[in-house]
Design a binder for this molecule. Structure first.
Ligand SMILES: [Zn+2]
Length: 366
């Protein structure tokens, strides 16, 4: 894919394939297409303006929320502007009612007419019914917008596909023709055109899911769908758009024994081990902004009624939810403005005798 100019690379990404076998490990290289990386300012964050050309406000809000995950690792700030500012927008999003997802690679979006979309997020109702799939697709397409290529198109020791099985598979599942499959799946990028080449990452958000039946050779015999930024995704984007050196790193371990770390953008799960127990999480907020903290029901767990209280470092209550305010079942939701500092989030069952497992996720909204 690196052989052609970036503007020729709208990258179709409708990866949603069933898998019967998973594997991981091995070596290869991947990274970002150097020619499409945004120029970093000498100081401060790279500011990328984003405009929605259409779409419902509620879906736009989801996109804003999930895209923030990249900001946690990179010195990048997405500024979501009103549509009247489309001429100033680096990323221009259209949301058609048909299932299709693609984005220009990095600065490729600046090489087309500013009135045209650079990213397509075609959320259909069935996709919107799966919150983690929505998140996966937003993270993946914003990865492209930052200049990241597909992980499976690594140039060095990557996946080799069986032909004609791979063409048959993508025709059957995506209606992609051979040319599209070659561009989006088979053709490796050129190593000399990549920045920050790194080991093949089976957990990358930039990887498609492939069943073993179409993989001929490679470090893995199949790949899975990944729903969050992997450790290596974070390291890669942090290296490409490094944070200013004055910004302190979060602590490796929580200061208080028994307090679980809750990192912005990283879901955490826990269980209530004994009736009436409360689970405390330590939350380090490094940047001021509006934050949303929400519990969720982990896969396979029973839906329970959770309540949450957020305390500041003086143990004063900042916010709480006892009403199950989340739009998802009986989960708890807190939305509030937070200043930088250390906070403690306490989660417990609504019923004093209640038990169960829950997940919790804190995100910066703006
Ligand atoms: Zn893609």
């Amino acid at each position: 894919m690196g052989a052609e100019p970036p503007s020729a690379f709208p990258a179709p990404c409708t990866a949603d394939f069933p898998l019967d076998e998973l594997a991981r490990g091995g070596q290869a290289r991947a990274g970002a297409l150097t020619s499409t990386l945004w120029d970093r300012p000498r100081r401060g964050a790279l500011q990328l303006n984003v405009v929605f050309l259409d779409g419902e406000a509620s879906v736009q809000a989801l996109v804003r929320q999930h895209a923030r995950a990249w900001e946690e690792s990179a010195n990048v700030r997405f500024n979501f502007l009103g549509i009247e500012r489309y001429a100033d927008a680096h990323i221009r999003i259209t949301m058609p009612p048909t299932r299709s997802f693609h984005s220009y690679l990095g600065t490729g979006s600046a090489q087309i007419d500013r009135r045209l979309p650079s990213m397509t997020l075609g959320f259909t109702d069935d996709v919107l019914a799966e919150p983690k799939e929505v998140r996966r697709l937003v993270l993946h397409e914003f990865g492209h917008a930052l200049g990241l290529i597909h992980e499976h198109q690594n140039p060095n020791g990557g996946l080799k596909f069986k032909e004609p099985e791979v063409f048959e598979y993508f025709w059957r599942t995506q209606r992609w023709d051979e040319r599209t499959v070659r561009e989006q799946v088979i053709r490796p990028a050129r190593a000399e055109e990549l920045s920050n080449a790194s080991k093949f990452d089976p957990d990358s958000i930039m990887l498609y899911a492939f069943p073993p039946s179409i993989i001929a050779a490679g470090p893995v015999s199949a790949t899975k769908l990944n729903y969050e930024l992997s450790e290596q995704d974070r390291r890669t984007i942090a290296a490409l758009y490094p944070k200013d050196p004055t910004v302190p790193s979060p602590p490796d371990r929580p200061e208080e024994t028994g307090v679980l770390p809750l990192r912005i953008g990283e879901p955490s799960t826990a269980s209530i081990p004994i009736r009436g127990a409360e689970i405390p999480f330590g939350l380090l907020v490094r940047e001021p902004g509006r934050y949303v903290i929400e519990t969720f029901t982990p896969e396979g767990a029973r839906e329970e009624f959770w309540v949450m209280t957020l305390l500041d470092s003086d143990r004063d209550v900042v916010a709480s939810d006892r009403e199950g305010s989340s739009p998802h079942g009986l989960n708890a939701r807190i939305e509030c403005d937070l200043e930088p500092g250390r906070y403690v989030l306490i989660v417990r069952h609504r019923l004093r005798a209640g038990l169960g497992s829950f997940g919790v996720l804190a995100l910066r909204k703006w």
